[in-house]
Design a protein around this ligand. Sequence first.
Ligand SMILES: [Zn+2]
Length: 504
Amino acid sequence: MTYLRSTVGGSFCSCGACNPPPALSRRQFLCTTAATAVAASTVIGTAGAQQPGGATAPGRAILIKGGCVLTLDRAVGDFEQADVLIEGGKISAVRPNISAPNAEVIDAARMIVAPGFVDTHRHMWQGILRNVLPDGSLDDYRTVVQRTFGAKYTPDDVYAGDLFSALGAVDSGVTCVLDWSHIHNTPDHTDAAIKALAESGVRAVFAYGNPQNETGRYWEMTGHKFPDDIARLRKQYFSSDDQLLTLYMAAPSASPELILGAFKAARDVGARISIHVGVGEFGRSALLEKLNAQNALKSDTTYIHCCTLNDTEWKLIRDTGGTISIAGYVETLMGHGNPPTQKAIDTGIRPSLSVDVETSVPNDFFQQMRTIFSLQKNEVWARRLAGDKNPPKFLTVREVLEFATIEGARANGLERKIGTLTPGKDADIILLRTDRLNVMPMNNAVGAVVTSMGPQNVDTVLIAGKVMKRNGQLVGVDFERLTRLGNEARDRLYANANVKNVRI
Ligand SMILES: [Zn+2]
């Protein structure tokens, strides 16, 4: 049984074997949910039948036929040509020449079949603020995005931002994303974020975080319920782990006391934790040593950035079994410090990757992979040129692809469900076109994905066996209405924040 999404009223199953009550079917749910300014519920789900390729019949087995299959599971191996059978939303077989006469066939000739990318940290509420800060530093980001816009966000703005970010992720082959959500100015903001994630169909980890205000001192605000509202969220939306949305705590960048309070609220409801550490000068405060003195570091925590941590802190992450998330592109842009890929490897930690902010960073994972690949190699070359006789090894493209998939799944607490094309795991799968001029003629499949491809190669996307994108187009998304929703939200936000919208 696969629960495809958590809804405001609970979960429903679309595996086809069960018969959900009609009132909870996906389309009906989406069509009867309260609307935002543009009828948001009609953005997704109503145009599915008219989309090129269309959705596959729910519950029917799917056979992905004749692709170059990168399972990234060393026990299963990769195949120059093989089939992937999906039954009940899960991968049931990967091998050449599978016979499944009743399955719906997706032709994967001239495609690479791979696990979907897994992003471990993205502030999705900012999906309506894309490219607002192309030249900005971290200080500019705090001033403009958090304290000017964030302080004025309405729940409808959160809904629109999350929806855009989620659909953009799916469109570019990111099938699972951790929404590092620090826009919870009221509980209504929280409900709006979760609603958008649920409606988008992406597999999401909702990491519940602090509110925003003009001063950055959120603890002086009234009206918010951070961090204790996580108990309500657990009960209302996340009572099952067998669904597309799972729950984390996004611990604040604040005093150790406030951080410890958030850690406790998370662990009281069995939620894993994600926290920014080692960011610029601010990150040199030995925070992890202080938290460790309170026995607060455990294997349930993902540490983001880690650029300016000291050696003791690195060892603490490793020894307590933590995971890390490197947002390489933004770290080079905004002054976090060098992306610590080599430091992580030296310490014995395999990193995951993340987009972080779409306000200055492209939303796809090809950019993320190439950024850390070239920076790590540059670092090794620099050491060689400086006379280092024992430099580290160069990263390989396969390692980078693993960081973008299975290591992401691990940091998102989902390695048993996703991250490789292993029989028994959920079918989160992308099909990447090799008959495009940026990669043809193809000579090396992993090399093509990591060094040459882009979002334009993402032909088909499945999440838990549901076809989300087919023949290069999102399935069931009304683009005209989506555009209107985004434009209205952006214009409303600029007006509320009293910012003049200068678009060039
Ligand atoms: Zn961040």
